[in-house]
Design a protein around this ligand. Structure first.
Ligand code: MV4
Length: 406
């Protein structure tokens, strides 16, 4: 018998509950579940947890642990991309061991170059260098920092792409060899690797680039023998060249943007794929219709360096109407706990054109009332009314160039 309900996984602190594999598995056993959807964050990209689920005869709704582990390794993923003829940023062939080797790479591809930690992620342990002298010191610093932060001092080098745009492709792959993409999302509106606004279609690419990028993402997922939902992340330079960055093996926060423009429920597809069903749609069925935008509503104070603002939501009033959606667990009287991520909701709109989507989002944001805590609502209004955003002139540096945060 399938029973709906909530089961306690432990105390509030995530490291003692949501991140404890034994606790989550115990709750699953008590609930007699057939499958676990790992969501995003916590254990969603943990290949070991995935494997434990398999050994307990619980379907992990996501890729097989082997594919997850392989794509989770940055270097392996990059090599996989090359094998699938997916463009990667010009980079050193693996780990760079000496300052001399770093200099010779820089002279080969030209400055500026970017030093990345093999064990890094989310921008941690990255350093830019624009000349010989800067590279020599940055190289040693990066190695020392990476050793201290990750217990692994290995670094590699790439040509530094200035003012990149972040564009990612949603892919679905079933257990019968069928793979489709669901077009792209542009996530360039971000601050310190925290996304604020995501949208589809991207204003950064033309149709030829879009088609090539989406085909490339599909090839990579095929090459990796991957199943279920994946996001293939690229950066796009000012000339419209795209370069593979990494694969996210989980469903992402911004997936509703893709759901709106394709009309496809991604979570439903993940569950169907995990249960062994073949995909019910082919690539030609998947149309990118209209424009969708998502604003992340966080319990944070943008005027105070985005400090978390937990506490009681005294009143929550949610906008409604055609083409709008508010995904949230919050309600009037809800207390935002201090222990977790500060995202409390996602406001998503869908309209025939981007200009209409912006107008609808402005209207929805003006109707969204969250009293009692600080949120990102007003900041979103400022971003949406910024001329650079309206014109689609946005890259990953737009927020920090355009706003100050206390
Ligand atoms: C880069 C780059 C420019 N050139 N690599 C940041 C996190 C990691 N996923 C990759 N990142 C970048 N790699 C080269 N060769 C710029 C970034 C980057 C970035 C990438 C995607 C989204 C936001 C970003 C913000 C700053 C830097």
């Amino acid at each position: 018998m399938l029973r709906f309900g909530a089961y306690c996984v432990g105390p509030a602190r995530a490291s003692d509950s949501y991140l404890r594999i034994a606790n989550v598995i115990s709750a699953a056993e008590v609930g007699n579940v057939q499958a676990i959807h790992p969501g995003y964050g916590f254990l969603s990209e943990n290949a070991h947890f995935n494997e434990i689920c398999r050994s307990c005869n619980i379907d992990f709704i996501g890729p097989q642990p082997e594919a997850m582990a392989q794509l989770g390794d940055k270097n392996a993923a990059r090599n996989m991309a090359k094998k699938a003829q997916v463009p990667v940023v010009p980079g050193s062939d693996g780990i760079v061991e000496s300052a001399e080797a770093a200099l010779s790479f820089a002279h080969e591809v030209g400055f500026p170059v970017l030093i990345k930690a093999v064990a890094g992620g989310g921008g941690k342990g990255m350093r830019v260098a624009a000349n010989d002298l800067a590279l020599k010191s940055a190289f040693q610093q990066a190695r020392t920092e990476a050793e201290a932060a990750f217990g692994n001092g290995a670094v590699y080098l790439e040509k530094y792409i200035e003012h990149p745009r972040h564009v990612e492709v949603q892919v679905l792959a079933d257990h019968h060899g069928n793979i489709v993409h669901l077009w792209e999302r542009d996530c360039s509106v971000q601050r310190r690797h925290q996304k604020l606004i995501e949208e589809s279609p991207s204003t950064s690419i033309d149709q030829a680039t879009r088609d090539a990028m989406c085909a490339a993402a599909t090839r990579l997922i095929q090459q990796a023998n991957y199943t279920n939902a994946a996001t293939v992340e690229f950066i796009v330079d000012k000339e419209g060249n795209y370069y593979f960055m990494e694969v996210n093996t989980r469903i992402q926060v911004e997936h509703p943007v893709t759901e709106m423009i394709t009309g496809i429920d991604l979570i439903k597809q993940q569950i169907l794929i995990a249960s062994g069903e073949p995909l019910s749609m082919s690539q030609a069925d998947i149309v990118q219709r209209g424009a969708a935008i998502e604003c992340r509503i966080n319990a944070e104070d943008p005027r105070n360096k985005f400090r978390p603002s937990p506490g009681k939501i005294e009143q929550l009033i949610v906008p409604g109407g055609f083409g709008g959606r508010f995904d949230s667990h919050a309600h009037s009287g809800y207390v935002v706990p201090p222990h977790y991520d500060s995202m409390i909701g996602k406001l998503i709109v869908h309209q025939p054109t981007r200009a209409e989507a912006i107008r609808t989002m402005q209207r929805a944001l003006s109707e969204l009332r969250i009293e009692g805590i600080k949120t990102t609502v007003d900041l979103h209004q400022e971003i949406l009314s910024h001329s650079a955003f309206a014109e689609g002139r946005i890259d990953t540096t737009f927020i920090e160039r355009s706003f100050t945060f206390g």
